[in-house]
Design a protein around this ligand. Structure first.
Ligand code: TRP
Ligand code: SF4
Length: 329
């Protein structure tokens, strides 16, 4: 054995979009398929509660939908452990103990905390749970003595805090926890259809589940080079979001041809987008087929989750035995 353990999680905020796919999930699949790693991926449903505590009605449905999306993009239950945070209640116990040793000042200066409070103005986030978000995340990570945590750059402060909390525990009680490394995921510059960051809350996302007309219509509305008003104007592919997507979904020689034609105004944006929609459709086909399969075999999904929970729980129990012994309580 001696495989390095990888752990990452996502909040169940609903169906996933292409930003999630190329920004995180593809990396998860790649790590899973690398023999030197043992990967744990979980649904952070308690973390969803920190911002969505007022209306919890969608969380359970979102969990299953999200795991279906994970499996559809290639997470493989024979290789990765897939589980749900709240079904391993040891996370809450470790969170409680870590909360005792985490200085408030570490949490108050957390940039993600400050940003989120500004961004999500419609919700009251002056709660204890929201401030403690990274402490729960630290518990998630060190519970499994993870070596590496694949995350996007926005999550770096949380992993940094996890490292500090783990060091503090080791110093105060006993050297139980390895200090986890953030594994920074390169996020390609794919924007939403309106040119802003692709995000569920901006309603500008192309979802993994979008097909045919829905997909075509969304691609049709995509922002392009703003200076290209007429078809006869030469375009600048390097600043065009449609072109960024072509890079991912279209074969290289065709991408080069589009690039040239765009600069010479030999191809119009309408046609360019039509080609993109067809390419995305084609590229997503295997994912859509697997989605269809799992939607019709939900019991299989439930079994995968149950197995993952039991595997995660056994590790969590043994970590907590060590923790209780170290803390002497
Ligand atoms: N905070 C992460 C996010 O919003 C989700 C998360 C919770 C997580 N616990 C984690 C990610 C542990 C990595 C490791 O994306
Ligand atoms: Fe963008 Fe394609 Fe239009 Fe060029 S032709 S500006 S790459 S959409």
């Amino acid at each position: 054995m001696g495989k390095k353990r990888i752990l990452s999680g996502m909040r169940p905020t609903g169906k996933l979009h292409l930003g999630n796919l190329h920004g995180a999930l593809e990396n998860w699949v790649e790590l899973q398929n690398d023999d030197v790693y043992d990967c744990f991926y979980f649904v952070a449903d308690w973390h969803a509660l920190t911002s969505d505590y007022k209306d919890t009605s969608a969380i359970n449905e979102n969990i299953v939908d999200m795991v279906i999306d994970w499996l559809s993009v290639g997470l493989d239950a024979d290789k990765s452990t897939i589980f749900i945070q709240s079904k391993v209640p040891e996370h809450a116990e470790l969170f409680l103990i870590l909360s005792m040793i985490t200085p408030l000042s570490w949490l108050e200066r957390n940039p993600t905390y400050k940003e989120m409070k500004v961004e999500l103005k419609d919700r009251d986030l002056s709660t204890f749970g929201f401030l403690g978000y990274p402490v729960l995340q630290a518990a998630d990570i060190i519970m499994y003595k993870a070596y590496g945590v694949p995350v996007g750059v926005d999550q770096l402060p949380h992993v940094e805090l996890t490292r500090e909390i783990a060091r503090r525990f080791n110093f105060l009680y006993r050297e139980i926890f390895p200090i986890p490394e953030p594994l920074l995921t390169e996020v390609p510059k794919l924007l939403g259809v309106d040119g802003r960051k692709m995000s569920k809350s901006y309603e500008n996302s192309i979802y993994l589940s979008d097909r045919n007309d829905v997909l075509r219509d969304k691609v049709t509305t995509m922002f392009t080079d703003p200076q290209r008003m007429r078809k006869s104007d030469p375009g600048r592919p390097e600043i065009c979001n449609v072109f960024a997507f072509h890079h991912i979904y279209t074969p290289r020689d065709e991408v080069s041809a589009i690039e040239e034609d765009c600069r010479k105004a030999a191809i119009g944006c309408v046609q360019c987008k039509k080609r993109l929609a067809a390419r995305i459709s084609e590229g997503m086909k295997p994912i859509h087929d697997r989605q269809d399969y799992y939607v019709n075999h939900k019991e299989e999904v439930e079994n995968i989750i149950a197995e993952g929970i039991s595997k995660a729980a056994s590790i969590a129990r043994s970590t907590m035995d060590e923790v209780r012994e170290a803390v002497k309580i």
